[in-house]
Design a protein around this ligand. Structure first.
Ligand code: MN
Length: 348
């Protein structure tokens, strides 16, 4: 295996675009929800495991999530990662009552901003929000922008509600006004969706995350968020949560449904569904270090729409970096994948 080094000797810097952290305060509050018997099976499955399991996987991830210093930097050095775009881990503060969510969100943003200030060449932050209060979140997005954050993290559904409901759109309006991208990250599937997934242990990152997040993004598209905000930038991980692979059928069947008037609440869109993937949406390959999937999106969406991500610390596998270094791709496209697309999308 090639020795992985930071510094760009291979012709590009490596910018990892979907990296996670947690504050001690949010972790303690997650544990409290679990102990109170919180009524959200997706959350309980995810955080019941990570916060309670004595397994090596869970303990190592909990330790790494809480570190915004030497350990994280050492791991980045070992994996040849020059810069990490870091966000509060899933489900962020979406699970808390509104006042507690806002307090924990403000504090998490302050802690992340301090770490980015300590390591300005290595860490880039995303603004966490409490979408339970969209107007407050819009203000927090502005504060995050002033703190130097380069994106907004939207950690999936909000207690089972999806953000295609117009009451959440002040969040998108604020991001759009600042030209800052919204990163839609998975969490456990909503209560209405999780049943058959949980029944077979498929609710987590293995599959359920992608089902819930792909659905969330599709709901946003079909309800016209990107017609209302044509310049709004969204980033979605895990190879686009499988949606690029569905593009042909999504375009055909969605158009057929609109033409036939099958659903009176669905209005015609200005673009086919895949058109929003080529105009508004950027795809990262967090947790999908698989060349055929990356090449598929490069060829169907374009080389300027795909970005590298590791999904640290949930999938900290330095050998996956070497696999992606070795992809059969022009030097220009590979540099775009690892470095320059992230610089453009996040405005670094
Ligand atoms: Mn992730």
């Amino acid at each position: 295996m090639t020795e992985l080094k930071t510094g760009g000797a291979q012709g590009y810097l490596r910018i990892a675009t979907e990296e996670a952290f947690i504050t001690k305060e949010v972790l303690a509050a997650y544990k409290r929800l679990i102990s109170e018997g919180f009524d959200d099976p997706g959350f309980n499955s995810l955080w019941g495991f990570y916060s309670g399991s004595p397994s090596e996987r869970a303990t190592a991830i909990i330790e790494r999530l809480q570190d915004l210093g030497a350990r994280r930097l050492g791991d980045m050095d070992d994996a040849g990662i020059d810069k990490a775009v870091i966000a509060l881990t899933a489900p962020g503060t979406h699970v808390f009552a509104t006042d507690e969510a806002k307090a924990l969100t403000t504090d998490a943003n302050d802690q992340l901003a301090a770490a980015c200030k300590r390591h300005p060449d290595r860490f880039i932050g995303m603004t966490a929000i409490a979408p339970q209060d969209p107007a407050w979140s819009a203000k927090e997005i502005e504060r995050g922008h002033e703190l130097g954050f380069k994106a907004v993290i939207l950690n999936g559904h909000v207690n089972g509600e999806y953000t295609d409901d117009e009451k959440f759109w002040p969040i998108f309006e604020a991001a759009d006004a600042l030209g800052t991208p919204v990163y839609l990250h998975p969490q456990g599937p909503s209560k209405g969706l999780i049943g058959p997934l949980l029944e077979r242990g498929l609710d987590g990152a293995v599959y359920g995350f992608g089902v819930d997040t792909g659905l969330h993004l599709l709901r946003l598209i079909v309800m016209g968020v990107f017609d209302r905000f044509p310049n709004l930038k969204f980033v979605v991980g895990h190879g686009g949560e499988a949606l690029p692979y569905w593009a042909y059928r999504l375009d055909y069947m969605h158009a057929a449904g609109i033409r036939s008037g099958r659903y009176d609440f669905l209005k015609p869109l200005k673009l086919p569904i895949s058109g929003y993937f080529k105009r508004n949406i950027f795809v990262t390959f967090s947790g999908v270090a698989w060349e055929p999937a990356i090449q598929f999106c490069r060829s169907t969406l374009g080389p300027d729409r795909i970005m590298y991500a590791m999904d640290y610390p949930y999938q900290y596998q330095p050998e996956e970096v070497a696999v992606q270094d070795a992809m059969t791709m022009s030097a220009e496209d590979k540099k775009a994948f690892f470095q320059t697309n992230a610089e453009k999308v996040f405005g670094l």
